[in-house]
Design a protein around this ligand. Structure first.
Ligand SMILES: NC(=O)c1ccc[n+]([C@@H]2O[C@H](COP(=O)([O-])OP(=O)(O)OC[C@H]3O[C@@H](n4cnc5c(N)ncnc54)[C@H](O)[C@@H]3O)[C@@H](O)[C@H]2O)c1
Length: 488
């Protein structure tokens, strides 16, 4: 059976819509010499990067692109010499039986619906991180991958850097610096404010508003730009936590926690959006404690520049990475490398790698051709778990209450046993905010209670559970764009 007839066979009669009635498509692997025909759902910045890399492979053809922003479709098309099918509605792209697999690199609020529709149409999927805008949606994507037996890789490319197994061996098998006691995850990178208009932004004429919004609500937008800065609105984005936080946390979950648990048991988080007032809602200073059940993890993000410099705040270790504190030293890891130090601070080991970018995409294509999800480095279930930790961190922030003396006691109690890393994260936030004239206490800084997440029921229980559970899914704008519940 040729590749084309294979796709016709599995895609026959599948129209996108009510998920649960679809049967699982038959699995027939592409031959090793066959080419993979790829479509891109998105012509945004990341989709263009991904397409440029996929085009480096001899056995991949980009055959179709799609974006509700027709100007972006046009500029992307111009980068190709060969004929390309172009669409604004991804459902039309997915109806094309001559496409084997798709990239989903849309705004976060579209990731899951785009990925589910694609798998229902018999396509394999490379979906960007964070997998999900909320916890409900991530579960449905994993169910879709299982039900329709599709290959689904999440864009957490550091998983494909060859240094990760070496670091795991060093830390866990050889235990060269002893048991891991605690971990700190960092992302410090200043960003500019996104503007605050008097009147709502009008969608550019080139953008199909209905398709761009998809599952999101039609809320007035007061920022300057429609594209990219959707990251900082809860309606469409997941903040820096789902943007960069997901990468650095994923490294920590991978090499420090060995992906041992899907969810943390307890979580406490806080932060603030400080600095020049803009239309952003997501915090630009965010600190979180995860009780993983084994190694405690503190994650600190800042995109707020200190007043006197372009630094986003003081921090130990890499500005974007993680530190595993061990009995006999520490390991500092970041995209493309890691260094291990003994207790006296002497460098004892260095790991050199890369971002995993090309390797991750090659890994996807190999899995598509062999129809073998087991070889994926960031299979959708793994990608879902790290996204879920980010979703939980955002929920903790959204459940926050003003940091007063009473709440400061809750925060201090969370520090028991991890005073060093929790204290450093809070000190850093205090210094960054202080330089911007914002005090930690009795200001706009919000902090949650210690929230408890029950991994069995996949719900918060105990204090503030009702409020926290209200963020596990989202309100959809219409039935047409509601992420369906997929039963396996
Ligand atoms: N893995 C990585 O290293 C990495 C790097 C950058 C971005 N990303 C992720 O990629 C995603 C896109 O980020 P970006 O920087 O390209 O943002 P962007 O704003 O430049 O692009 C998003 C694009 O999605 C389009 N879009 C919206 N709805 C769509 C739909 N229904 N069908 C097709 N296209 C649709 C938008 O019009 C826009 O062109 C984000 O989720 C981001 O987190 C990952």
């Amino acid at each position: 059976m040729t590749r084309i007839s294979r796709r016709r066979f599995i895609g026959a009669g599948l129209a996108i819509g009510a998920a649960s009635i679809f049967p699982a498509p038959a699995k027939i692997a592409l031959g090793a010499n066959e080419r993979v025909r790829l479509g891109s759902i998105s012509c945004g910045g990341r989709a263009n990067e991904l397409m440029a890399d996929f085009r480096k492979f001899d056995d991949v053809d980009i055959v179709a692109i799609c974006d509700p922003d027709s100007s972006r479709v046009g500029t992307t098309k111009d980068k190709f010499e060969q004929e390309l099918k172009t669409f604004t509605d991804c459902r039309e792209l997915l109806d094309d039986k001559d496409i084997d697999a798709v990239i989903v690199a849309t705004c976060d609020h579209w990731h899951c619906l785009g990925a589910i529709w694609a798998m229902q149409a018999g396509k394999d999927v490379y979906v960007e991180k964070p997998l999900a805008h909320n916890i409900y949606e991530g579960v449905q994507v994993v169910n879709a991958a299982r039900k329709y037996k599709r290959v689904c890789q999440v864009g957490m490319q550091q998983r494909s850097d060859r240094i990760q197994p070496e670091i795991k061996k060093f830390l866990h098998e050889e235990k060269q610096i002893g048991d891991i006691k605690m971990a700190r995850v960092n992302h410090y990178m200043p960003r500019n404010p996104i503007g605050l208009r008097d009147q709502p932004l009008e969608f550019p004429e080139t953008v199909d508003k209905n398709l761009w919004l998809g599952p999101a609500l039609d809320l007035p937008i007061y920022r300057n730009n429609l594209q990219y800065d959707w990251h900082w609105s809860w309606n469409t984005g997941t903040g820096e936590m789902g943007n960069w936080g997901v990468h650095v946390l994923d490294d920590c979950r991978n090499v420090v926690l060995l992906d041992a648990m899907e969810f943390p048991k307890r979580i406490l988080g806080g932060g603030v959006r400080a600095g020049e007032k803009d239309d952003g809602e997501t915090p630009n200073v965010h600190f979180v404690y995860f009780d993983s059940g084994t190694v405690p993890v503190v994650l600190a993000l800042s995109t707020l520049a200190m007043a006197e410099s372009r630094s986003a705040g003081p921090h130990p270790g890499p500005g974007s990475g993680y530190i595993a504190y061990c009995e006999g030293g520490r390991l500092e890891g970041q995209r493309g490398g890691a260094k291990a130090f003994d207790s006296d601070g002497n460098l004892i080991m260095e790991f050199k790698g890369n971002s995993g970018q090309i390797e991750h995409q090659r890994n996807f294509i190999d899995a598509v051709k062999s129809e073998d999800s087991s070889i994926l480095n960031a299979e959708v279930a793994v990608g879902k778990a790290t996204s879920e930790w980010c979703n939980l961190a955002n929920i903790a922030f959204r459940c926050g209450r003003p940091l007063d003396e009473e709440r400061a006691a809750v925060v201090a109690k969370a520090a028991e046993g991890i005073e060093k890393i929790w204290g450093e994260a809070l000190d850093s936030a205090q210094q960054t905010l202080g330089s911007n004239g914002v005090s930690m206490l009795n200001s706009d800084v919000m902090v949650s209670d210690m929230l408890t997440f029950d991994s069995e029921s996949r719900k918060f229980v105990g204090v503030d559970a009702e409020k926290a559970n209200s963020f596990l899914s989202r309100e959809y704008r219409s039935k047409e764009f509601t992420v369906p519940e997929i039963e396996i």
